[in-house]
Design a protein around this ligand. Structure first.
Ligand code: ADP
Length: 167
């Protein structure tokens, strides 16, 4: 009998995508047939890139990984998951500190929509990488080049420069 095709969504803000996110995408695509990286369009604190820019950056970086699609979405993650007929929600885990929040989120999503969440642990070297930290450190001149892809680093520097030139 043919195995059922498994489709997962990986929701997040990805502002910007980091090596940690890419690590989770690379690991999890072995578990699923299709993975939709879903960029939330809901406003976040001090965004640096528009949702459309984030989608384009992720699409470029994942273009050669079969089965990975990138989209943006509005509103509730579980509603978007249902619309896409996703079987599971994928979330990345960095450390034990992530677990309490992720546990609550996964339980809530299961209670309201009956959808399961699958967790994939990142590589040790990205266990402390968050997009928020990347934005903050980079805006103060810190070197984050080994935590994000080269192309993203360039775009981040350009964006930070244009923000500081046009406050
Ligand atoms: P953040 O701003 O914390 O990077 P996102 O909303 O972009 O958050 O995260 C989307 C998903 O990716 C979440 O499941 C988050 O736990 C996961 N994630 C974020 N950074 C990493 C990382 N360095 N390693 C593994 N998973 C990560």
């Amino acid at each position: 009998m043919r195995k059922k095709m498994i489709r997962a969504i990986f929701p997040g803000s990805f502002d910007p995508i980091t090596n940690g996110h890419l690590d989770v995408i690379g690991r999890s695509i072995k578990l699923f047939d299709e993975l939709i990286v879903a960029v939330g369009r809901s406003p976040i604190k001090n965004p640096l890139f528009t949702p459309q820019e984030r989608v384009e950056m992720i699409a470029e970086l994942t273009a050669d990984i079969p089965g990975v699609l990138v989209e943006s979405f509005d509103g509730l993650t579980v509603e978007y998951a249902a619309k896409k007929k996703a079987d599971v929600i994928l979330r990345g885990l960095r450390s034990l500190t992530d677990v309490a929040y992720e546990f609550q989120l996964a339980m809530t999503n299961r209670a309201v929509a009956g959808i399961e969440t699958v967790f994939v642990m990142t590589s040790e070297q990205y266990g402390f990488t968050t997009s928020t930290m990347i934005r903050e450190v980079a805006s103060l001149g810190g070197d984050v080049s080994n935590l994000i892809p080269k192309a993203i680093y360039k775009k981040l520097q350009q964006r930070l420069k244009s923000v500081s030139d046009n406050p």
